[in-house]
Design a protein around this ligand. Structure first.
Ligand SMILES: Nc1ncnc2c1ncn2[C@@H]1O[C@H](COP(=O)(O)OP(=O)(O)OP(=O)(O)O)[C@@H](O)[C@H]1O
Ligand SMILES: [Mg+2]
Length: 598
């Protein structure tokens, strides 16, 4: 349905009001004008009567001529002399016969005026005829004498005439008003049609039925440079700009949302009434409540929740930071055995509009610190053991300068072995640190078959009796790797396989290709095996299944962590399966080409 244009109604109403004021103002003027016309007509008629009678030869004939005129007019006609005495009266003579002459002359204002001015006019009440009359008196000269011809017209008839005229005027005015209003209505309907078109075009957007403000197209008849066309063009360009702004704001919002979502920290924004305006998924996870339950709601109380202390601390921090308008920080540890460390930073949004809180899970940071502490403790312990032994033997040598040759050989042999152990340990620690910093340039094409053969050769130079079989599906298996450190990883695995097997060790290296451009290296032995509970820890630094056994064999538990680091550096995977007393298999899967070149 076409929307009603209210200002069209307003204009019509105003027009009616103004027209009514105009008519009301004009009415007295019309009334006066009509009176004037009537008076002029009466005066003219009187003059005509004078013209008709003043050709007579005598006063008597004049009266006769006037009597003849009675047939043509319905006026009351009288003739008076210059003293105001009645000589003849059409109605009185009919009423009173010739006795009217006996009537005392009365002073009539119109007669007085006519005697003075030549013509007089008055409206007055006639006692004789019981009614109001309009009188016209005109002076004329007949045969050297002055007379007055007086005509009287019933005022009621005159008034009716005027009234009819006024009614006619009002009716005519109404017709004019109707005519103009109809024309104005149609003209405005035509003029305001473009406005209706604009309103109708925008309405679906206003009602939320459309996503965007639609393009406004005016009818082709519309003049290209009129105000409505320009208005439509302005709205179109405006809506275009709004659209652009909305798109950029939406993109910006999505971008910010994506950034906030991808953060490792929980972010929560509250308004002045502590209602949650924004929360990212990490934030909701940390509070232990679904995001949709939190958005738009008041900050939860957290009673009965696992994360209750965190919720309460966050709530307190938000309130205090909003009140004090200052950035506040806090931290807390949750849980008993497995502790979760959380840092809280609250910042006010300003002017009582709420605050933002960032929740950082610092558990891994603390874990790294713990690991660092462990690492230093382990490393110093591993170094102190051989140092203590060396020191002990050196003191023995000092105290017993004359010891036997055999004993001296035994002691020096032990000192050398412990020095080697220390050297080995330091080397391994340096290797571990080095792996982190291997440059990309060291990754080159490397044949795994050649690498395996080299490793077998190296192992057999130490474990002469060891049997190492190489099983391969291809003659050559090239992958992108740092050959030197990959060799170190395989040697470490072979060394373990030989070390934790009864001599002569029996080891198999299996090389195969996997789909998805991957290579597989399996190293199996028939040694003592690893207990299942230790399997998941063997890649940890300084981890050994049996400390004394390993130490006896010269190991500090760093070999497998070096292997794991090397495989990680090659973007590969390493796993171990083992059966106690039967043997162990280490499986490495490596991509043939490097994915990331960081
Ligand atoms: N093939 C294997 N068979 C049985 N146990 C193994 C085997 N490989 C590793 N282990 C166990 O895993 C532990 C960790 O091995 P890792 O190579 O890290 O240390 P290590 O050999 O003791 O010392 P390092 O390698 O530093 O000289 C070993 O102490 C051993 O108990
Ligand atoms: Mg080892």
């Amino acid at each position: 349905m076409r929307k009603k244009i209210h200002f069209r109604k307003k204009i019509i109403t105003w027009q009616i009001v103004l027209f009514a004021i105009f008519v009301a103002a004009l009415f007295p003027l019309i009334n006066r004008t009509v009176h004037r016309i009537v008076r002029d007509t009466l005066e003219e008629n009187t003059s005509n009567l004078i013209d008709a009678i003043d050709d007579a030869f005598s006063e008597k004939e004049m009266i006769e001529l006037l009597k003849q005129q009675e047939f043509f007019s319905f006026y009351r006609m009288s003739i008076l002399n210059d003293k105001g005495e009645l000589i003849y009266d059409s109605h009185l003579s009919r009423l009173l016969g010739s006795n009217f002459e006996a009537l005392t002359p009365t002073k009539h204002p119109e007669v007085e005026e006519a005697l003075k001015e030549g013509i007089g006019y008055a409206i007055s009440y006639s006692n004789l005829f019981k009614g109001r009359f309009a009188y016209v008196a005109e002076r004329f000269t007949f045969r050297g004498k002055t007379y007055i011809l007086r005509t009287a017209f019933p005022f009621a008839q005159l008034q009716e005439l005027i009234h009819n005229f006024e009614l006619g005027f009002l009716f005519f005015s109404f017709l004019v008003l109707l005519f103009f209003n109809t024309i104005i209505w149609f003209i405005f309907s035509r003029f305001t049609r473009p406005i209706s078109t604009i309103i109708e075009a925008v309405a679906p957007y206003q009602r939320g039925e459309m996503e965007e403000i639609p393009e406004i197209t005016l009818p082709s008849k519309a003049a290209p440079d009129d105000e409505f066309t320009r208005l439509a063009q302005t709205l179109n360009s405006l809506s275009g700009r709004i659209k652009e702004q909305i798109t950029s704001i939406t993109a910006e919002r999505n971008e910010k949302e994506a950034i906030l979502q991808s953060l490792g920290e929980g972010v929560i924004a509250v308004d002045g009434e502590m209602r949650i305006r924004y929360i990212n998924s990490i934030g909701s996870k940390m509070l232990g409540m679904p995001r949709r339950e939190l958005l738009g709601e008041e900050f939860p109380s957290g009673r009965g929740k696992v994360s209750e202390p965190l919720i309460e601390r966050a709530r307190q921090l938000l309130i205090t930071c909003s009140e004090q308008e200052a950035i506040l920080t806090d931290s807390l540890a949750l849980g008993e055995e497995k502790k979760v460390y959380i840092d809280l930073i609250a910042a006010p949004k300003g002017k009582g509009s709420g605050a933002i809180i960032v929740l950082q899970d610092k558990s891994s940071h603390y874990k790294v610190l713990e690991m660092g502490k462990d690492f230093v403790a382990n490393a110093s312990h591993e170094l102190r053991t051989p140092i203590t032994i060396i020191k002990g033997f050196a003191e023995t040598l000092q105290d017993m300068p004359e010891m036997s040759r055999e004993m001296l050989d035994e002691i020096t042999e032990k000192i050398v072995r412990n020095c080697e152990r220390m050297d080995n340990l330091v080397k391994n620690l340096l290797t571990l640190a080095d792996i982190e910093n291997i440059p990309e340039s060291r990754f080159k094409d490397c044949d795994l078959v050649t690498l395996a053969e080299n490793c077998r050769h190296m192992l057999r130079s130490v474990y002469t009796g060891a049997q190492v079989d190489i099983e391969k599906t291809e003659e050559e298996m090239t992958i992108s790797a740092d050959g030197d450190i990959l060799e170190l990883a395989v040697i470490n695995l072979l060394d373990n396989a030989a070390k934790y097997s009864k001599a002569p060790a029996h080891i198999t290296i299996r090389l195969s290709s996997l789909k998805d451009d991957e290579a597989k290296i399996e190293i199996s032995d028939k040694g003592m095996g690893i207990p299942p509970e230790d399997l998941e820890n063997i890649f940890g630094r300084f981890y050994t299944v049996d400390k004394t056994h390993s130490r006896r064999l010269g190991g500090a538990g760093l070999g497998l962590s070096i292997v794991k680091n090397i495989i990680d550096k090659h973007e590969g995977l390493i796993s171990a399966t083992s059966t106690l007393g039967e043997g162990t298999t280490f499986t490495i899967i490596l991509p043939r080409t490097r994915h990331s070149r960081s």
